[in-house]
Write a protein that binds this ligand. Sequence first.
Ligand SMILES: [Zn+2]
Length: 467
Amino acid sequence: MTRRYFLQSALLSDGWANGVRVTVDDDGIISAIDAAIPSAPAGMADAERVAGMVVPGMANAHSHAFQRGMAGNAEYQLSAHDSFWTWRQAMYALAGRIGPEDLRILATQLFIEMLKAGYTSVAEFHYLHRQPNGAHYADGQGLWDAVIAAAETAGIALTLLPTLYQTGDFGGVPLKPDQSRFALDTDWFLRAIDARIAAERRSRRTTLRTGAAFHSLRAVPLPTIQESAQALRGMDPTLPLHIHVAEQVKEVESCKLATGRRPIELLLDTGLLDPHWCLVHATHATAAELKGIAAARAAVCVSISTEANLGDGFFDAAAFLSRGGRICVGSDSQATVCPAEELRWMEYQQRLRKKRRGVLADKLEPHVGTRVWRDAAQHGARAIGQPAGAIDVGRRADWLVLDTTHPSMVGGTTESSLDHLVFAGGRAAIRDVMVGGRWVVKDGRHAAEMPLRPEFSELMVRLATPL
Ligand SMILES: [Zn+2]
């Protein structure tokens, strides 16, 4: 059924507009927009009136849902040498305990939290494939299906990125026992993705998409990445392809030792990168590498909450943007789940370094909040292959309604509303959330959150209890 909405104020592709009539078709796609309509026009009786500021929902371009089970539980000192690598051991211990039903519960809770924080779509970078004994699940891909079921319950748009994982380090080091659930054979991986793409082409559902990921250059040999990426491009020329890259100094050094090249140099050398690739982290990129990524029009996904939590290092967002780079954001390890926080810290990192303010704004868009939110929404949606990221004809109706009467918003102007969201309120002013023309959060509440709470609580207590 076609639905119509009368938005008091909205951030459209060409800027802010008041009095916006939006028509959404049966598939949840925006079919018409009429801006600058005077209030209370005739013939609008069938339109739902939306008070407040309507802005595009954010794409979460990088998520590992099972890691929601660790949030808050890894913030104590084990030794004077705690690092990403010691955190990884705790993460592996958690991964070893997660079954399909556990993952469904964790991911449902997480996806509800994402929606309430302003993420309307998510790319799940999924490398938990096998049973703890190393066998594949008998009913196909049990853990993949758990993520899909969770996204359906929560009502978030999902790009599932089945992730290839084959080696323990550069040079073909075999997987360790606690990595055995991640292992996939290349042919199995390609066949499974091909089958999913074929099924999606037969479906009318616009909120589920398959992409693919390579865990990292340390986990997949470069020739396998090259051959697989070419095979995947043959299946779908716009398939989202993601990879973790250059997150840790040690990773860069190991790559240089094994290959004589840095990880991003190796990827650039292949000539594979295109606008449907997303490099996750790229924290330790040189100026030449940033230039190369920008020239290929590939995206970089930063997750500053996770990069800070794990002590990774700084990604130089200002340098990448100055070369025309495309940046999107993600919640990654789920230490916190809030796009406003990711974007605030992307700007704050620059202020702390440069001892200046307003670093990521530009002449065309002087409001930092508007610039970073608008661009991350657009680039994120493109990077995860979702037809969203802007309120525009042909895009899916994924949007947030900001409550202009909330204390974090009052006193601002239309143009400063995203500054208030990013810098002053975080998620507090997000009142309603729509995905694909369907309200999934109303008045700050999600219909599934309270029914889920008992089983989520039971699961978290169980996971916090040592075996
Ligand atoms: Zn990650």
